[in-house]
Design a protein around this ligand. Sequence first.
Ligand SMILES: *Cc1c(COP(=O)(O)O)cnc(C)c1O
Length: 351
Amino acid sequence: MNTAREWVRDAVAALAREAARSADTHLLHVATPTHPGIDFYFKDESSHPSGSLKHRLARSLFLYALCNGRLEKGQHVVDASSGSTAISEAWFARLLDLEFTAVMPACTAPEKIRMVERLGGRCDLVDDPSHAHARADRHREAGACHLDQFGLAERATDWRGNNNIAESLMSQLARERHPVPTWIVCGAGTGGTSATIGRYLRYRGLDTQLCVAEPTGRAFAIGWSTRDAEAEATRPTVIEGIGRPRAEPGFLYDVVDRVVEVDDARSIETLHRLETLLGQRYGGSSGTNFAACLQLADEMRAAGQRGSVVSLLCDRGDRYAQTLYSPAWLSAHGLATAVTDDRAAAGVSPI
Ligand SMILES: *Cc1c(COP(=O)(O)O)cnc(C)c1O
C-alpha cells in the first residue's frame, strides 16, 4: 500500500477509535403535570466531547472527505462556520493532526473564536458574513480541503444506520411506554439532522411525524411551504445554529411533515423553563425545539391523544453566557420580559 493510502487508512481508524471511546448521548425523560399521558424526551447532544450535535457532523464530514480521496496527510482543512461546527471541526482536526481554519464573520462572539483557537484552529475573519463561502473557496483553491458543512451535511451522514442520531434515539426509546414517538422535533441549520431523521423514519417504516422548529420568518419555514430552494428569511433572529437567512442545499423539505415557527421571545422564555425542568443551561435552539414540542403536545392533549414527543438539546448554555443568559444583553435586545414573566409563572426567583 502506498504511504498516502496508509495515512488515509490510519486516519479512518483514528475516527473509528474516537467513536468507540465515546459513549452515546443521554436521552432525558421529562413528564410535566400540564401534559398527563404525554412523555417528553430530550437527546442531550451537548454531552459530546466537543459540546454540541456538530460533533456528529464534524466526524461525518472528515470521514466523507477521507473516503472520497479529498483529504491527504498534511493538508490544510477549512470550513465556513461561526459557531459550533467550527469548534467540533477544530476538535477533530487536532485529533488527526491537521491544520484547521474557520472562516468566520468578524462579529462572531469572542468566546467562540477563543474556543477554536484553544483547540489549535485559526480564525479567518470576514467583515461581511455573506463573503464567508467565497473566502473558504479561496482557501480550497490554495490547496485546502473544504469540509463544506452546508454543501455536504445531508449526504455525509449515513442515514440508514451507523449509530446516526435517529437510530440512536429510536433504540434508546425501545423500552419506554410509547417507544414510537408521535413527533420528533428538531431545528434546521445545515438541514443535516432533519434529513437524517426524516429518511430514517421512512427507511424503518415508522409512523412518527417530523417537525422542524424554526425561528419565525426564517428560510426553512418560508421555503418549506412552497418547496422553494431559493427561499430567503423575512425576519431577523437571535437564535444561533438554526434559522438560516437563505435555504441551504441540505434542506430536504419533502421528509418534514410540519414546521412550527417560534418567536425569539418564546424560544428564550422556554429555554428558561427548560433550565427549571432539567437543572442545566442549554443553547437557544434547544428553547426553540421545546417551544415547538409544547405546541404539539397542547394539540395532542386537546385531541385526547397520548404518546411521546422527542427532541434535541443541541449545545450548552455556557456558550451564551454573554448573550441569552445575560440580563443586560436581553434588555438591550428587548427580550428581558420573556424571562422575568416565565420565572414569575414558574415560581422561580431570578438569579
Ligand atoms: C447546527 C445546529 C443546529 C441544527 O442542526 P443541523 O443538523 O445543522 O440542521 C441546531 N442547534 C445548534 C446549536 C446547532 O449548532
